[in-house]
Write a protein that binds this ligand. Structure first.
Ligand SMILES: [Zn+2]
Length: 372
């Protein structure tokens, strides 16, 4: 296609977010929409149509930050993604942005801050594993069904219970890739998988802020507070439903509850956020030590990334987070947030196989903790 033909920049798919300021030749000027997030966050995703063969320069006109591996790119309508690498980013002394040459065959090229995980990805996962049960937790404010997954031993006789959640902050897609990976490991035809199928009942809410995920919101620091600061005030239907369901579901079982997140845009290590009383902190430390052993790489998980355990758990001034609330439930053996970076865990560039390897190691570490 001739480079003289017009191209378009659009944010018309689930999870997309961009405002186009202007287009000048091959130079595109854009900024991310904050949509009520205050003061600032960095999620964005968009596609460019019919720019085949052009070298596009994408300028961000407002404050932005890029992950260490540059920009995530898809030339097959979001089916697969790769990273540009940091060399695509404008040099440090220039305003922020990136340059990409669009391959000749790419009528539709997508750019995003990280590898997205949307409802369509969950539908693929459900199709691959028919034994996964998908119920409805509640309906979101905008009327979407919020998925509640059930897996593992579901006959009521499981020895242990595992609760997983992600997207309390809508933009943190890698958290959901790892959530899926943990469930995958529990369903696998492996010794770890067989043990989970025999011993563990799993409940999971992959998209706590369902509207934010599908509409491409930042979610993080949403005003007046985001979903992960809502466990005292209960503004959002998802949090009301989780708070109603979890105490009964957990009962007095030996339950583990993990909430998956992503750290700041340039984070390069994965870690567990300290929370709760000394009993939970001690168990967190044991789990972190086990996970360091079960996950030597790619993207090693290290206790040394966790600072001083004596300082106690994180307390936020702007509301109660999910894991702090979970830590008060009687049947909880361990709870914590695991932060997984957008683009890179140490030497490992984030990809679907890297998230699966990490999820596999988390499943092994959970088993070891329960049996220790
Ligand atoms: Zn988060």
């Amino acid at each position: 296609m001739s480079s003289a033909q017009p191209f378009s920049v659009v944010a018309d798919f689930p999870g997309a977010n961009i405002a186009v300021d202007r287009i000048d030749g091959n130079d595109i000027y854009v900024h991310q929409e904050l949509r009520g997030t205050h003061p600032w966050w960095f999620h964005w995703a968009f596609r460019v149509l019919n720019a085949n063969g052009r070298k596009l320069n994408v300028h961000f006109t407002e404050r932005i930050g890029f992950p260490t591996m540059g920009v995530a790119v898809s030339t097959d309508c979001g089916a697969t993604w790769h990273w540009t690498g940091p060399q695509a980013l404008f040099p440090k002394e220039q305003a922020k942005g990136f340059s990409v040459t669009v391959p000749g065959g790419a009528d539709d090229i997508r750019f995003a801050i990280t590898i997205p995980y949307q409802q369509s990805n969950l539908e693929d996962f459900l199709q691959e594993f028919p034994q996964l049960r998908c119920d409805t937790l509640c309906h979101s404010r905008h009327g979407r069904p919020v998925e509640l997954l059930r897996a593992g031993r579901l006959d009521g006789l499981a020895n242990y219970k595992l609760y997983l959640s992600s997207r309390h902050h809508a933009c943190e897609a890698i958290g959901t890739w790892v959530l899926e990976a943990i469930i995958r490991a529990a369903l696998a035809d492996t010794p770890t998988g067989h043990w989970f199928q025999e011993n563990v009942e799993i409940l999971a809410v992959p998209f706590v802020d369902k509207d934010g995920v599908e509409e491409g919101d930042q979610g993080k620091d949403r005003r007046p507070h985001d979903h992960n600061r809502d466990y005292a005030t209960e503004l959002y239907p998802e949090i009301i439903a989780i708070k109603k369901l979890l105490p009964t579901w957990i009962g007095n079982s030996s339950a583990i509850a993990l909430d998956l997140h992503c750290p700041y845009f340039d984070g390069k290590c994965s870690y567990m956020v300290k929370v709760g009383d000394k009993k939970n902190l001690d168990t967190q430390r044991r789990f972190v030590q086990i996970l360091e052993r079960t996950h030597s790489g790619p993207g090693a998980f290290l206790e040394s990334d966790h600072g001083d355990w004596e300082k106690g758990g994180n307390i936020y001034k702007n509301g109660v987070q999910s894991t702090l609330w979970l830590s008060t439930l009687p049947g909880i053996l361990l709870t914590g947030t695991i932060e997984v970076p957008y683009a890179q865990i140490r030497d490992a560039v984030i990809s679907i196989p890297v998230t699966r390897s990490f999820g596999d190691s988390i499943a092994k570490a959970l088993r070891e903790l329960w049996l220790s």
